[in-house]
Design a protein around this ligand. Structure first.
Ligand code: KQY
Length: 368
């Protein structure tokens, strides 16, 4: 594998928007019993549904441990789904996989960020995380894609969204958290993002969704639907702890412009619930010291914003909630050229994330 010592910007590469053509989506098979209830069986069933939903539109590659290979192979019975044996600590390939960048000739490379399991020993979600730390380089090695490595800079892919035209959205709650890059100032963090993604303007939302165990990943709260237009999780209930978070984000978005000087159009997406895990669901998780505790009194950070854009499709979570139909209608209106496919999102949510967190798109090397 080639590890480059330059930066993507210096080499003419940038991170494309998620709606740009893709060659495939990466996933990693979930199995750790201290995060997924009942040894991962319920979430594996939904993971299969997710992989097959994506595979209707484009190829999927799933990394799976040696121990789970036969099980995953038997369940992922679709020609468009490739399995590769890969060890990992968990399944969150949005955060452990590479961020792909592309140049004007359509060449694809990958950025391998530092990973510390969402906060290391200061609020991180499990340890050790050394196998997750290797996922990005393994993916790039399989793809024969040159790798950029941000030595000493921690970032998860779920903490950023880009429009592919120079603007990036993130949250202060995550990227300025003392458990990510405490040695760097906001300006220094912006410089690393600019150099590795070729973005010219960074929009800092104060917080992400309430109780998001990633420290407020933007991909569970606010995403691009096209340049200049974002979809923001929203509540009108002043009693909801998300109320001030949503308004603070709206204030930022309404009082700034993007890298191209456009004002933002902000679409609102209702938040499902409030959703909570049941006693039975929590009891199904094997407790291990140092791993996120599951408790039925803790509000889950459920969000319809945590969807994935693929070639011609939108793969979004449903929560058996009264707002599911409204969420589908909003997505279909915002993406009239895409087919909106909703799949069960509760098991993924119980593990701390959702569809976007469990997937990583790889852009197509088409001439641009
Ligand atoms: O991106 C994500 N939402 C990852 C969440 C990790 C949760 C681990 N319990």
């Amino acid at each position: 594998m080639t590890t480059l010592t330059s930066t993507p910007r210096a080499d003419g590469f940038h991170m494309p928007a998620e709606w740009a053509p893709q060659t495939q989506v990466w996933m990693v098979w979930p199995e750790r019993p201290d995060n997924w209830r009942l040894g991962g069986k319920p979430v594996q069933a939904d993971h299969v549904t997710l992989a097959k939903a994506i595979a209707r539109f484009q190829p999927v590659t799933v990394g799976v441990s040696a121990g789970q290979y036969d099980n995953a192979r038997a369940r992922l019975d679709m020609p468009n789904i490739r399995l590769v044996e890969m060890s990992s600590d968990d399944a969150w390939v949005r955060d452990t996989g590479p961020t792909f960048v592309i140049n004007q000739s359509g060449e694809v490379r990958g950025v391998d960020w530092g990973f510390n399991a969402w906060g290391g020993f200061d609020g991180g979600l499990y340890s050790p995380w050394n196998r997750d730390e290797q996922v990005a380089s393994k993916v790039l090695e399989i793809e024969r894609s040159p790798r950029y490595h941000t030595e000493g800079f921690v970032l998860e892919g779920g903490s950023i969204h880009v429009d592919g035209e120079g603007t990036l959205i993130t949250t202060e709650e995550c990227l300025l958290n003392r458990n990510r890059n405490p040695h760097l100032s906001r300006a220094q963090i912006e410089a690393v993002l600019s150099a590795h993604l070729s973005v010219d303007k960074i929009i800092w939302l104060p917080d992400g969704l309430f109780n998001d165990e990633t420290d407020g990943h933007v991909d569970n709260f606010c995403c691009y639907v096209r340049p200049g237009e974002v979809l923001l999780a929203w509540t009108d209930d002043p009693q909801d702890p998300n109320y001030p978070r949503c308004r603070a984000a709206l204030n930022v978005l309404e009082s700034t412009t993007d890298a191209k000087g456009r004002s933002f159009v902000v679409h609102r997406m209702p938040i499902p619930g409030p959703l909570y895990a049941t006693e039975e669901e929590c009891a199904g998780v094997d407790p291990v010291a140092g791993t996120q505790e599951r408790n039925p009194s803790v509000r889950l950070a459920g969000s319809y914003v945590n969807f994935l854009i693929v070639n011609g499709g939108i793969i979004a979570p449903a929560f058996q909630d009264p707002r599911d139909d409204e969420a589908r209608a909003i997505l279909q209106k915002l993406f009239p050229e895409h087919e909106v496919v909703m799949i069960p999102g509760r098991e993924m949510l119980l593990g701390g994330g959702n569809i976007h967190c469990l997937t990583q798109q790889q852009p197509a090397p088409a001439k641009r």
